[in-house]
Design a protein around this ligand. Structure first.
Ligand SMILES: O=C1O[C@H](COP(=O)(O)O)[C@@H](O)[C@H](O)[C@H]1O
Length: 240
């Protein structure tokens, strides 16, 4: 694994660096293959990155967009990760509808939805269990509690090792999420984190010793891929 940590002066510089890195990954991949697969994070941090991507002159027909986690709400709900990415980016570009792969949230039982997306990923990538699809790029955020995707501290989702997608849980509400082994299979994982509120968790995540079940972002270390941690100074200046 190649791990790179970079602390940028402020949020604007963080987004500029994230944009440059995502564009580099897209162009390098498309020089070698016909399509590029990206899984998106939700929450608030990546929104300006998605807005910046919407004005890039890319061949969108070659880019396939998936989600690394989703709140279990309808796609038009204000909390929907899909909605945020569509409004900030995907609705503004000429990308074929077939290239957008949202997590389903319309099953009465979220476990059925998780299975549906798992099946979709396996079919699309042509990968059967026990192997995992290999994403070109997975974007991740990190919550103040150290969670990433919807892998929350001390939840059963953290130990799922035989599926691509599982049901996470936040304050009693279900969420769909990539599992740890799926994320760790990626060619490249980029964490983007900003703000002082992330500092305590980052201390725990970067410490040599620590508890991964309390700070799930520690579980992400793609053995054959690249791992980037892009932080703004408010989040990472004191200890990286
Ligand atoms: O709930 C979520 O939180 C994390 C972090 O979000 P942020 O608002 O602190 O940027 C995010 O990465 C995840 O996708 C999302 O569902």
């Amino acid at each position: 694994m190649q791990k790179l940590v970079e602390v940028l002066a402020d949020k604007q510089a963080l987004i500029a660096k994230s944009l440059a890195l995502v564009l580099e990954k897209i162009t390098t991949s498309l020089d070698q293959q016909d399509y590029f697969t990206i899984a998106l994070s939700g929450g608030s941090t990546p929104k300006p990155l998605y807005e910046a991507l919407s004005s890039q002159p890319l061949d969108w027909s070659k880019i396939h967009v998936f989600w690394g986690d989703e709140r279990y709400v309808s796609p038009d709900h204000p909390d929907s990760n899909q909605r945020m990415a569509r409004l900030a980016w995907l609705d503004r570009i000429p990308i074929p509808a077939a290239n957008i792969h949202p997590m389903p949230t319309d099953e009465p039982d979220p476990h059925l939805a998780a299975q549906k997306y798992d099946d979709h990923l396996r079919q699309w990538f042509g990968v059967n269990s026990p192997d995992f699809p290999v994403f070109d790029l997975i974007l991740l955020g990190m919550g103040d509690d150290g969670h990433t995707a919807s892998l929350f501290p001390h939840t059963a989702a953290l130990t799922v090792s035989d599926r691509c997608i599982t049901v996470g849980e936040k304050d009693g509400n279900p969420r769909l999420t990539f599992t740890v082994p799926l994320i760790n299979q990626a060619r490249c994982v980029i964490f983007i984190a900003a703000g002082e509120s992330k500092r305590p968790a980052l201390h725990q995540i970067f410490s040599a010793y620590g508890d991964s079940f309390s700070y799930p972002s520690r579980l992400i270390h793609p053995p054959a891929g690249e791992l980037y941690w892009l932080l703004d100074a408010a989040a990472g200046s004191s200890f990286v």
